[in-house]
Structures are given as structure tokens and as C-alpha cells.
Ligand binder design. Sequence first.
Ligand code: DSN
Length: 416
Amino acid sequence: MNKMKLAEYDPIIKQAITKELQRQESGLEMIPSENFVSIAVLEALGSVLTNKYSEGYPGKRYYGGCEFIDEVEVTAIERAKQLFGAEHINVQPLSGAPANVAVYFGILEPGDTILGMDLSHGGHLTHGHPVTYMAKVFNFVRYKTNAEGNIDFDNLRAMALEHKPKLILVGYSAYSREIEYDKVKQIADEVGAYTMADVAHIAGLIAAGEMNNPVPLFDIVTTTTHKTLRGPRGGMIMCKEKFAKQIDKAVFPGLQGGPHENNIAAKAIAFKEALEPSFKDYAKQIKTNAKVLERVFAERGYKLMFGGTDNHLLLIDVTPKGVTGKQGQYALDEAGITVNKNMIPDDPRSPMDPSGIRLGTPALTTRGMKEAEMELIGDMIDRVLTHSTDHELLTRIRAEVKTLSARFPLYPELAV
Ligand code: DSN
């Protein structure tokens, strides 16, 4: 076995990790699906649990030597149940996409109809976008938001009555409003459809009681664990007890092999952190920070999709400022502010160069930034987007970004 430290053995990889650490520390991370995990979570990810195979579930494994792995996985499940009030939880999905795919195969038959939201209105690729393989297996039909940016429940009901879906899917990647799960459930009951919510983006806000929780109402709820929930990169499925067997079988052996138990340990730690009272303050501050940005951008004449935000993110049409989403993203990158270009509802432009940018506050809030910093950052973003080709200005804003981020150290423990 190689006994050398990473820096000695593989300087290429070590330097890339160090540079990425410096990038994260010196910039402003505003991709709404990203966050910074704790040192304890990092420690579990890099632990010896990565060495172990453990196909199966606690108490029912196909391999020997799983007694400590079982402790880890049971702890993760129990904590997640406490956080969300779920009847049954599977913590093995490797990420959000496989969690969703496992649900489709677990409770549906090929050819069944799924009613999910259009990608440009805030839906996710795995909710039936034609480029995914799932779209070859299941019949996805897509609903949209209305002109005010709300889910159009009349249209959703009409579509449900017309297409008779087996599954109605809510929960989005670029949608900034609260979701009325009870209205969706009513429609699903009327047409005999299962209900599924993919709460990947807002799981942390739900766990903290800052957004509606679909878990008590819906049949199935999927999430990733690395967004607002601030855990390791991974997925999770919560469901009613009556779906437990189907879901577990769909994850393993249906779709995956050995679970990544180092990752499941890190999930357990993140869930413990999310159960702390301070996590509620964190979730509240995420929303407060997003509201400040909403006001700053509205005051400066930006077009906010869905009319604003109830959660952690904003989807902004930047074309009235004379830039495309791609140009906006690149200019912001140059200034050290990381966002992503994003389609806006019924975007006339292409996904590779859409009209919008999507940005959010979970990662900045983890660093301890509050309202005053959001005012500054809103102003910086506006200046970048308004003068996106003025490279001198972008360099000056880059310096402002560095000064601001230096006031909020991220991982002093990892300093090199
Ligand atoms: N990539 C995630 C996001 O940014 O929303 C969703 O898969």
C-alpha cells in the first residue's frame, strides 16, 4: 500500500484540491444547489468506511463484517426520520438522479404516465426531459407555471384528468415559490395517481420548518443531501411504509450495487447538525438573505421569474440588461461570483445560452453572511451585469469580492 502523504505522492491532485479550496474561500459561491459541509462531514467522507462493501440493508447484508456499517446506516435513517417525520427512509441512493429513477422503477411499470413540471419552468432533467433515458421508458407529460409564476392548478388538474398519470411529480430545481402540496394531493387523489415530491433544493428549509413539508402528505419524497441540507453529495428516498419494500428493492438490487457507507456516515452527521437549534437560524437566514437580493434586484429593474422568492433562490431574466445568461455567468465568474446560466419559463433562447441566471444564498449563509453583505453582493452583481465587457471594472470587483470573502473564513482548519 502506498504510505506517502497525498502532497508527496500526487502533487497534481493535491494542488488541484488546494486550488479548489482557495477558489471556494476567495469567491462568492451563489449556485443555489451548492453548499459547504462541516469538517466533521469531510472527515467521515475520507474515512475507512470507503473500504467496505455492504450490499443489502441493516441486518440483511450479503457480506460479512457489516456490524459497524449497520450502526452507521441505522443512525442515518433514524436521524432523517426525526428531521422529516418519515415512515420509511432509504439513505443509499448515490445522488438525486438515481433516487428519482429508483422511485419510477419501484412503483411504476414501463409506459406509465408521469406528470411533472417543464424544465424551463423550474423542473428537473430527471422529471422527464426528453434527453434522459427515463423519457424512453415512461410517458412524461409536463405542466407549467402561470403568467404570475405560480403553479397553475387548474391546468394541472385538467392535464391530470386528460392524461390519467400514475404519478404526479412536484419539487423543482429553479422554482422559487412555496409549494401547496395539499392541492396537488387533492388532484392526485381525484385521478388515482401517486404523489412524489423531489425536494432536493429545499430539504434543509423543510427540515428546519421554514417551508411546507410534503412528507406527511405525499407517498414518496426524494432529496439530495448536499444542497440546503448541507450534507455530503448523495440522495435519499422517504416514503410511506406501504411503499418501503418496493423502494428498497428498486434501489438495491434494482439499480445500485454496494452503498457508499462513508457517504452515509457523512449524511448521518449532517442530519445531526440539521437537528441542532442553530440549523433553524441558518435556514431562516437563507430566506432572509434571498429576500434582500430579491429587493435589490427588483429596485434595479431586473425581471424576477415567478415574481420573487419564498425560498433560497432567484431566477432572473438578464436579457433586459443587454446580456444573455451565458455572458452574465462568464462576467460574474471573472469577478469571482459563481452563479449558473439557466432557462427562464418558455425561454426563446437555447439551454447553452439561455436568458436567465439562477443564484441562491445557502453557501454564503453558511459562511455567516447576512443582510448587509447581501446588499453589497447585489450591488456587485448589478455592476457586473451592467458592464459585463468592462474587464477593468470586473477586476476591481474581483478585488472587492476577495476582501469581502476574507472577512468570512471558510475552512481555517484546512489552511495551507
Ligand atoms: N444540479 C442540480 C442543480 O443545480 O439544481 C440539480 O440536479
